[in-house]
Ligand binder design. Structure first.
Ligand code: TLP
Length: 358
């Protein structure tokens, strides 16, 4: 999924590899130009402070910490919530275990118990069964990790009712909850609720500015004062202290004030293209699973072949399984891109049908 085999986005290419590929908007460049800045490691950057305060307010938490990436935000959360040797429960295909290169074991030093799910939503009863009490032999479970929307689930949403159930059982067992909410604003917009309706059920949330919200860099870890104080130390330890970071935080402010409602357009385009290409031979899509800005496309031919054929036809995407492609919609994809992507899929499907794929 991470090979650099394909060229970077250009306006001739429809880049559906990820919503991380967006470039800053003109308004963001302007905000960067005008941002008041200071040394944020010394606590002097007013723009970072403003962004952290806004993020905390929107998620209903006491405080927030601006970090360079979603991965660092998640890893700081684990290290801040847990002691070394603790157990955490995490969905078996969650980004935290699947795409963070062993971070939980190497950095926080925790033992991960991974559970199956229905597209990211673990059964609360099963979660509860796996909570461990520390004794001479077993590690104690200190953290439940959730991911909403769920990346490998295809941008799937955990129902708010299920979030509430996790909260209830976690409280009963004195377990904290961390939400990898890289795309939690996509979930909120799709559900038509303010993000706080989701984040109120967790102790900490990490969300990304650099995906559908279009900032070039940055994530925010939000939680209690105590957690964020610990997180600030972990951020420094991980080398994530940034100096005049107001330049970046200025884009984050544009993201949070101007880019949230826009996510609905990405969702609509995802659904639109999914519908159009689901009828093509050699492909299948479960349209009911297209909930936000991602589409999982099942391919009869190997997904790696489809990836290469589509790239020749001007569409970039990643395979996420042997016969499955992921398409991700974002602010640089307009209606014209959707038309061009449909045409490329049509072209490849025709070639496949007629056996001329080389
Ligand atoms: N996801 C990326 C890849 O790493 C897979 C993508 O293209 O989707 N949590 C979730 C749920 C994510 O999807 C991602 C990035 C992260 C955390 C990490 O964010 P960054 O890339 O800022 O470290």
């Amino acid at each position: 999924m991470y090979s650099a085999a394909f060229p970077p986005s250009s306006r001739y290419v429809v880049d559906l590899r990820s919503d991380t590929v967006t470039r800053p908007t003109p308004e963001m460049y302007e905000a960067m130009q005008n941002a008041p800045v200071g040394d944020d490691v010394l606590g002097d950057d007013p723009t970072v402070t403003e962004l952290e305060e806004l993020a905390a307010k929107m998620t209903g938490k006491e405080a927030a910490l601006f970090v360079p990436s979603g991965t660092m935000g998640n890893q700081i959360a684990l290290a801040s919530h847990c002691d070394r040797g603790d157990a955490i429960i995490v969905e078996e295909e969650a980004h935290i275990v699947y795409y963070e290169v062993g971070g939980p074991a190497m950095l926080a030093g925790v033992v991960t118990f991974t559970l199956p799910s229905n597209r990211g939503a673990m059964d609360p009863g099963n979660v509860e069964k796996h909570f461990l009490k520390r004794n001479l032999h077993t590690p104690g479970t200190s953290l439940l990790c959730l991911e909403n929307t769920h990346n490998r689930g295809g941008g799937s949403i955990i129902p708010i009712e299920t979030m509430r159930e996790y909260r209830l059982i976690a409280e009963q067992h004195d377990v904290k909850i961390h939400l990898d909410g890289a795309r939690v604003f996509n979930a909120a917009v799709a559900l038509g609720v303010p993000v706080i309706d989701i984040t109120e059920h967790v102790d900490s949330v990490n969300f990304c500015l650099s995906k559908g919200l279009r900032s070039p860099v940055g994530s925010l870890l939000c939680g209690s004062h105590d957690l964020i104080d610990k997180g600030r130390i972990w951020r420094k330890r991980f080398g994530g202290g940034m100096r005049q970071a107001g330049i970046l935080a200025a884009c984050g402010l544009v993201s949070l004030t101007k880019m949230v409602d826009r996510l609905a357009e990405d969702h609509a385009r995802a659904k639109d293209l999914a519908k159009r290409i689901s009828v093509l031979p050699g492909l299948s899509i479960d349209l009911d699973t297209v909930e936000t800005n991602m589409v999982l496309v099942n391919t009869d031919a190997p997904a790696g072949d489809w990836q290469a054929w589509l790239a020749e036809a001007g569409v970039l995407c990643f395979p996420v399984a042997a016969h499955r492609l992921r398409l991700v919609f974002h602010g640089d994809i307009d209606d014209d891109c959707v038309d061009r992507a449909e045409k490329a899929f049509q072209e490849v499907a025709d070639r496949c049908q007629h056996g001329i794929t080389n």
